[in-house]
Design a protein around this ligand. Sequence first.
Ligand code: SF4
Length: 479
Amino acid sequence: MTVDPSANFRTRVEQALGDDNLRTALDRATSRLRGKRTTAVAAIDLERLRDEARAIREHSIRRLPEMLEQLERNLIANGCQVHWAETGTEATDIINAIARQHGVRRAVKSKSMTTEEIRLNEALGQEGVAVVETDLGEYIIQLADEPPSHITAPVLHKRAEDIAELFQRELGMHPTTDPTEICAAARRQLRGEFLAAELGISGCNFAIAETGTICIVTNEGNGRMVTSMAPVYVALLGIEKIVPRVEDAILLWQAVARSATGQETTVYFSMSSGPRGPGQVDGPREMHVVLLDNGRTRILERGYADALLCVRCGACLNSCPIYREIGGHAYGETAYSGPIGAVVTPLLADNPATFRELPYASSLCGVCREVCPVKIDLPRLLLDLRHNLTQLKASPRYERTAVRAFARAAERPRTYQRLSRIVRWFMRLLPQNQDGDVSKLPPPLSAWTRSRVFPKPATPGFRELWRARGTQDTTSGDG
Ligand code: SF4
């Protein structure tokens, strides 16, 4: 991995843009996923599905407190143990305590961005619990010791050639890029892990309030083994994952599958409603559900309820011209990248200014809004965040001073005119290309011309055009 998530934003972006293999991997994967989505949605009344999906999510978030109480009641009635975690640390403490209580040393996990959000693997590792990822993509990046770079396709930043090399190095496999062979090799390794694990951990795609059911959608069947084979099962979910009824979960499942991977539905839809009952031959003996806030109610309080409608399909990432160039790691130390990541990462943080660059990692072209299955107006949210960050004075002091100085000059036409003349004169002294555009600005503006030119001032300028137009209008009026 060439991108160092702990480096500053500019460095991360430069590292990503300088990695040809990463750019190839991103281009291949996002093009394939976009193509599959386009075909899948062409076959249905997409607008209707999006309207219905959004209505379900809006209803769920509007009635969040009462539905969470209903979910808790029904989970307990089903025999589950329910835990509430206000922060990520509280959630990891709860899960560590469960592991300690059962003497757990080995755990298996299905793909879950919420566990990435709270860095659960690290927290369990510190307690001596080895967690093995069982989703193929997650398994690959665990072997590579890298974080995921996409909400639904964690290994999207790697080419098939990179994965083949990794399997050769880590598992002693013969060189091949055949996905079936790679998958079979991973399966052979994971089978033993499923059998040996004392704890299964999953995230949750939808939590059904009326039945107290945790649903996860997968394509590999690993989710079902994680939730049913180990004696103890823990489901971790953000409180926004709730839906009222079974049919709502089914409808959202279709919206997610078509948007994420271009499938009508995913291969598996696993529903867990409680531990193994009397007379049942399989399932966990104990089932725990951890309901995580970790900044979600703060998102509501900050007026960004729309961000909680997200069903984590990843379609906005696949279509975003910025994500497609830089990939997920360039967004920094966050589980969520792309347009939705640029919104929720600062909002989930105690101090949104920590991630102040992310809302600017967007051209605001609007394609993310067009593909979102729940019609989240992401460009609007990004603009609102930029506005809030400005109010918080999150941008660097020099930037604020420059904008203030510009605003002052722009309010005084004579000063502005004089300054414009000085700038024009100064620009003539700078290196130019054959079109007369400035090819190299001096520091601190040099970053601009590192990858583009600074266009020469237009001639005639706006003032001349305006004056000429005024003359013409007067002339025609006279005529
Ligand atoms: S914002 Fe919309 S498109 Fe993006 S991941 Fe969430 S649901 Fe999917």
